[in-house]
Design a binder for this molecule. Sequence first.
Ligand code: ASP
Length: 248
Amino acid sequence: MEASIMDGSGRRCGAVSGVTTVKNPISLARLVMEKSPHSYLAFSGAEEFAKHHGVEMVDNDYFITEDNVGMLKLAKEADSILFDYRIPTIGESCSSVVDTPPLQMNGLPISVYAPETVGCVVVDSQGQCAAATSTGGLMNKKVGRIGDSPLIGAGTYACDLCGVSCTGEGEAIIRGTLARDVAALMEYKGLGLQEAVEYVIEKRLDGGGKAGLIAVSSKGEVSYGFNSVGMFRGCATEDGFMEVGIWE
Ligand code: ASP
């Protein structure tokens, strides 16, 4: 698992990758930001740091679910990293997923390839932005592979203008430095949040790859964009507004 967090005020950040027994990698990323002299710890060093700070640890078995074992098996059989699979209905075994017709919603197939990433962007009443991203990475990734989620500027970025968190094919997000580019367009080109998000999705993923992002600005604007069929997302404001979405 890997995660990163960035506090836009002062551009403080922390990231971890290669952790296998830390229950909440995002909390560890926050500790790296708050309690270490570094920005990024990985593998045994990250686990060591977690133990030292009394972070909740679990057996690696805790993360192994029957569903994911089934998905991994299918991905290995297909020799695929970005394994495009259907969401099994509750109680349905994974092995039967391949044989059943695609689940549909509003006439579109529900198809997800990396359901493990959670991103969050926030802006407070003072216009201070923060962003965080946590993931198990891509199904059937190689041992040692690091994706975009722990990389500040790629999967996560926050500054005095905005907070951005990305999801999707990490390699494409890294190549496009998606999160930082949203901020850079606002900073250097004076674009608004929505315009910057649209620009990045359209122009920075031109090398191929499906990805999406969620973003907030210091003015309190909320935006998102993706070039995939859908992206699970939600938004909540202090005055009670709530919205969730999957498709465009
Ligand atoms: N971006 C993540 C990765 O490449 C996967 C995801 O967003 O679901 O590791």
